[in-house]
Design a protein around this ligand. Structure first.
Ligand SMILES: [Zn+2]
Length: 307
């Protein structure tokens, strides 16, 4: 049995939002067991709360954006990846604007801050989605498939017709230390012509070589080069881990993604939650002393997740 976790103390960080190019500020605070990850727009009247759930995804074209009828918060995936990578189930994230800071374009600074804050184990078990049968979604030459397996395993492959990328494939078994070392430092990436097109349309205004790998037709423009030869697929793995955090509980199985995107990750989660015969929510046995107070909010949460 694993126990849920949160932070030991609040942490804050600031930077800029990659799309608006404006200052962005977050405070990440501890939260009680079973509260999940919550974003709070503290700059808006009434401080609207947006749960980090796949049902709250309102846009997944460039980054993952969560919202409701009152507010939205964008570019949540790298912070969510750091939380999931460090197996933090519960946190309250206060955001003073519409974007989470991009920092260096990876999850590394978030993971370092969370480690600095320390991780607190809560006296409640962590639940898991246990896969009951294989499930697959296909979109042309892209796919996500998941098969039952005794533990969580991710395999990600990409294929970009670019001399610095090409075919890259990575398998990762989630462990906090391995996440911090092998996945968290991998930066987001973009192609110069796409960045220019986005900026002409008022997007990616905060994007620079400080917070993304930028490629022209032949190479990498960042003077420092790459952090890993396969940094690109490592970042895709990071995005997957961040997006899957929106399920609320870890999915036990072997998940294989080929040429994925935020939109494909989201489509997979929607399909998984709809096909309820494909999984069961496993709430581990608990110590008798506190079993009677074990809440049963999960089916409610799942209904919420599909609303
Ligand atoms: Zn990303």
């Amino acid at each position: 049995m694993q126990f849920q976790q949160t932070l030991k103390r609040p942490i804050a960080c600031q930077g800029i939002g990659i799309h608006g190019g404006r200052p962005a500020h977050v405070i990440i605070k501890p939260a009680p067991a079973n509260s999940g990850i919550l974003f709070v727009r503290t700059d808006l009247p009434g401080s609207p709360v947006i749960p980090a759930r796949s049902s709250r995804v309102v846009d997944s074209s460039l980054a993952t954006t969560l919202g409701n009828d009152q507010a939205y918060v964008s570019t949540v995936e790298h912070l969510l990846a750091a939380l999931a990578g460090l197996q933090i189930d519960n946190a309250r994230i206060e955001v003073a604007g519409p974007e989470v800071p991009i920092l260096d374009g990876s999850a590394g600074p978030f993971a370092a801050l969370l480690q600095k804050a320390g991780i607190k184990t809560l006296r409640w078990p962590r639940a898991f989605f246990l896969l009951q049968r294989p499930l697959e979604i296909i979109d042309g030459d892209k796919y996500i498939r998941v098969e039952p397996a005794p533990a969580i395993k991710f395999t990600y492959s990409i294929d970009f017709p670019h001399p610095k990328i090409g075919c890259q494939k990575l398998t990762f078994v989630p462990r906090a230390k391995a996440f911090c070392r092998e996945i968290a430092p991998a930066r987001t990436f973009g192609f110069l012509h796409e960045v220019q097109r986005l900026q002409a349309n008022g997007l990616a205004l905060g994007g620079s070589l400080e917070n993304a790998i930028v490629l022209d037709t032949t190479g990498v423009l960042n003077p420092e080069g790459l952090r890993f030869p396969d940094e690109f697929v490592r970042h895709k793995m990071l995005d997957l881990i961040g997006d899957l955090a929106l399920l609320g509980w870890p999915l036990v199985g072997h998940l294989q993604v080929h040429k994925g995107s935020h939109a494909l990750h989201q489509k997979f989660m929607e399909t998984l939650l709809q096909q309820q015969d494909a999984w069961r929510l496993w709430i581990p046995e608990t110590q008798p002393a506190w079993r009677p107070t074990l809440p049963v909010p999960q089916p409610l949460r799942l209904r919420t997740a599909m609303a």
